[in-house]
Write a protein that binds this ligand. Structure first.
Ligand code: SF4
Length: 235
């Protein structure tokens, strides 16, 4: 049987940012350019990873893993997840690596650090409008997929009550500005499943992608130079 490996971050970007990214990358084989802000984000992630390595840890015992009241702090970037699905005689592996996972007070929390390039004044304005920080849907889809993968891959190894996703918004220096926490519940599981099915339908060309018609998205997209679907008035 043929297999297809899809990075969870790509899947989330195709479904939450721009569906034409799927055509560009998976149908046409185009490579995404990495923006300066994404490079800065990678650097901050590396610094956070190095700081995390300095924390003294002891290997958890089998009994501690099975005791949900025992708090766990997994090494940053140390947990990989995999969702395996079958579609049209193709086995699809959605794979990814979490930024950070902890078990606290019996619950698992999957944490993702999002580095913003916006000035603090703009962030405060948008925060005042919504009353709280809400990540874009591509980030929610990505974290929901990590939660699903964690449930499938690790539930036999350790006990926990509920599973949460957390997005930590940080500035260019890595300082925490906001955070968003949501339980991975049945509603979110269903939202993820709808997105997995839509991704697969678009991959097999059963469904046409829908354009966001947002020139701002095109302007900051890594496929901009080569994309045939970019919005004309941005050229
Ligand atoms: S350039 Fe625009 S249409 Fe093309 S993939 Fe990027 S966001 Fe989508």
């Amino acid at each position: 049987m043929k297999t297809l490996k899809v990075n969870i971050s790509d899947f989330a970007s195709f479904m939450g940012f721009c569906q034409f990214g799927l055509l560009n990358k998976l149908h046409l084989g185009l490579r995404k350019q990495i923006s300066p802000s994404a490079q800065k984000g990678k650097l901050i992630h590396r610094i956070l990873e190095e700081e995390d390595r300095l924390i003294q840890r002891e290997m958890a015992t089998e009994a501690q893993l099975q005791d949900p009241t025992f708090d766990l702090d997994f090494t940053r970037e140390g947990i990989t997840v995999n969702i395996s699905r079958f579609s049209n005689d193709l086995r699809i592996f959605y794979v990814g690596r979490t930024d950070k996972v902890i078990r606290k007070s019996g619950d698992i929390c999957i944490i993702d650090d999002k580095i913003t390039t916006k000035p603090l004044s703009i962030i405060e304005q948008s925060f005042a409008k919504t009353d709280r920080f809400v990540p874009f849907s591509d980030k929610i889809i990505q974290l929901a997929a990590y939660c699903e993968g964690f449930q499938r891959n690790y539930s036999h190894m350790l006990k926990y009550n509920r599973i949460f996703l957390k997005v930590v918004q940080r500035d260019q220096n890595g300082k925490k500005i906001n955070e968003y926490v949501k339980e991975y519940d049945e509603g979110l599981k269903d939202f993820l499943l709808q997105n997995l099915k839509l991704f697969e339908s678009m991959y097999f060309k059963e469904v046409e992608p829908v354009h966001h018609n947002n020139p701002n998205k095109c302007r900051k997209c890594g496929f901009f130079d080569e994309c045939s679907w970019k919005i004309k008035d941005t050229i």
